[in-house]
Write a protein that binds this ligand. Structure first.
Ligand SMILES: Cc1cc2nc3c(=O)[nH]c(=O)nc-3n(C[C@H](O)[C@H](O)[C@H](O)COP(=O)(O)OP(=O)(O)OC[C@H]3O[C@@H](n4cnc5c(N)ncnc54)[C@H](O)[C@@H]3O)c2cc1C
Length: 506
């Protein structure tokens, strides 16, 4: 399996845009910065507006003072940088051409209080070998169980196809779809629960079509295999400071702590009202989190009238339940055999554990100097509505899995609860905003945007940002930025006897 060339630039078109072209990008997360980088490199005078004091959005990082006086950069949360994030990695190469700040995470266990761990690392990349290897290696999934599994459900996983998968499975929730598989509680918990929760939803609130798409994207159709890398230093040093300098070098005007209030039609272009003033421009990329996009469009009645389909998509856009992140500085190390990153299954709140003091240089240094450790706990779809209470629940569940943390002294904690992730509920396919809106000159980018090509999470943000930039370039007659992706269909897609259940039965 190899990556596919999804967007190929026309060699006859110029790379640079005509002089004097301007654009405003709203939102300085992965989507906004990806759009701004491509536009600025092509000669567009870009203004990038970011409401907070740092770039990065949900991948952002900022300094935190510890009780011992030491300053550390802390992040919004641990992130796995998968190797098939081709667009995002291409943007990151502007910060570090060799991507030398990324280091592989060798093992990737799913752990549980009830069952032995599963390790998903090191599986072959191509289907069906990866599925067979998983079945042979898995302690949860027995070969007998695999043979008895519902054949139609198994085929649906192997036959991902954008049109038929969404047509057939978008109205079904992921829990009902997995019920149909007939797996034991153990296999389901160890192989699917943690995976489904990584998309910030419980199985009952996630579209089965989205689960099938993501299973294809991350596992079955992933030419690079399911392994991932993590930055060896904090995200500000590794990613955002160098990308900010890259934007400066290409003449972009990066305005921090400048929120967008509204975006309204203005003649042949747009008037962007910010907390600092107004900017008139022909091209706008709205690269906001889903709640913020709804708010800005809600405050822009002229845009709602000029782009009724965008307004309708914003009304339907749903924000996922909050995610909780608790970073804990302990006075001692966790047990030597703890993996640097573990997905957790079967706990009501805890979904993952990252031992930062085994992953990231500044945390390694702090641990070495103090004899302590730094552990970060995530709940991707948290039922507890308060950051402190959620953090207490996360720590209690950690202590049940890793008893040494129950007696360790907590030196410092940083706890957050935030609802900025998109939801993909059953029935939502076809209702999400697309990159190109029904008002010329206004584009949308972000990890909830309906793109023509399959991708997920950080890569969907980067890909939608580059697609938004490409839409601006297309209007100006400039060549597109190339985009690579995974094979867009599953191994069995389109094979009549293996097609979707509805087609097979009639
Ligand atoms: C805890 C956690 C763990 C995660 N783990 C992973 C992982 O392992 N792998 C993975 O691929 N993905 C992961 N993700 C998802 C990933 O972080 C997101 O998909 C991605 O960062 C979204 O980027 P974005 O640019 O689309 O949106 P955002 O990052 O939300 O960016 C939107 C930006 O808009 C700004 N903004 C909002 N309102 C305004 C306004 N009015 N004016 C101007 N600016 C505004 C915000 O401040 C923000 O900077 C994780 C997310 C979280 C929270």
């Amino acid at each position: 399996m190899r990556p596919r060339r999804l967007v190929v630039p026309d060699p006859l078109q110029p790379k640079q845009v005509p002089a004097g072209t301007e654009a405003v990008v709203v939102g300085g997360g992965i989507a906004g910065v990806s759009a701004a980088v491509v536009l600025a490199e092509r000669g567009v005078a870009v203004t990038l507006l970011e409401a907070t004091g740092h770039l990065g959005g949900r991948l952002g990082a900022w300094p935190e003072r510890l009780p011992d006086g030491a300053e550390q950069i802390i992040e919004h949360g641990f992130h796995a940088f998968f190797r098939h994030y081709y667009t995002w990695r291409a943007i990151l190469r502007r910060a570090d051409p060799a991507l030398s700040f990324l280091a592989p995470v060798k093992s990737y266990p799913v752990i549980s209080a009830e069952w032995p761990a599963e390790d998903l690392s090191g599986l072959p990349a191509a289907p069906p070998l990866n599925l067979l290897a998983l079945a042979l290696r898995s302690k949860s999934l027995t070969r007998r169980e695999l043979l008895r599994a519902d054949a139609d459900t198994g085929r649906a996983l192997l036959a991902y196809d954008r049109a038929t998968t969404y047509a057939e499975f978008d109205d079904v929730d992921a829990a009902a779809f997995l019920d149909g598989f007939g797996m034991t509680a153990r296999s389901r918990s160890m192989l699917f629960e943690a995976f489904a929760r990584s998309f910030f939803c419980n199985q009952g609130q996630l579209s089965a079509a989205e689960l099938i798409a993501m299973f294809h994207y991350y596992f079955l159709g992933n030419p690079e295999g399911i392994g991932f890398d993590v930055p060896s230093t904090d995200y500000a040093t590794a990613i955002w400071d160098p990308l900010h300098r890259h934007l400066d070098r290409h003449g972009a005007d990066v305005q921090m702590s400048t929120g967008c209030v509204s975006v309204e039609p203005n003649g042949h272009g747009w008037r962007v009202t910010t907390t600092a003033g107004t900017i008139d421009t022909r091209h706008v990329v709205m690269a906001l989190d889903p709640g913020a996009l709804k708010d800005v469009v809600g405050r822009s009645p002229g845009t709602a009238a000029a782009a009724p389909l965008l307004a309708q998509a914003c009304e339907k856009l749903t924000v996922a339940p909050p995610f909780a992140v608790s970073r804990i500085w302990y006075d001692r190390d966790v047990a030597a055999d703890r993996a640097p990153f573990s997905a957790v299954s079967g706990q009501p709140t805890l979904d993952s554990i990252a031992v930062y003091s085994r992953l990231e240089e500044p945390s390694v240094d702090w641990a070495r100097a103090t004899g302590g450790s730094i552990v970060e706990l995530h709940s991707y779809s948290c039922q507890i509505p308060d950051a402190a209470a959620a953090a207490a629940a996360l720590r209690k569940e950690l202590a049940a899995l890793w008893p040494e943390t129950a007696t360790a002294r907590i030196v410092h904690t940083h706890d957050r609860l935030e609802a900025t992730a998109p939801a993909f509920p059953p029935g939502s396919a076809g209702t999400r905003p697309t990159v190109r809106t029904d008002a010329r000159g206004l584009r949308v980018a972000g990890d909830y945007v309906d793109t023509p090509y399959l991708s997920g999470l950080m890569e969907r943000s980067a890909m939608s940002g580059v697609l938004a930039a490409n839409d601006v370039l297309a209007e100006l007659g400039a060549a597109a930025e190339p985009i690579l992706g995974v094979p867009q269909r599953g191994l069995l897609a389109g094979v009549p006897q293996f097609g979707a259940k509805a087609r097979a039965s009639g």
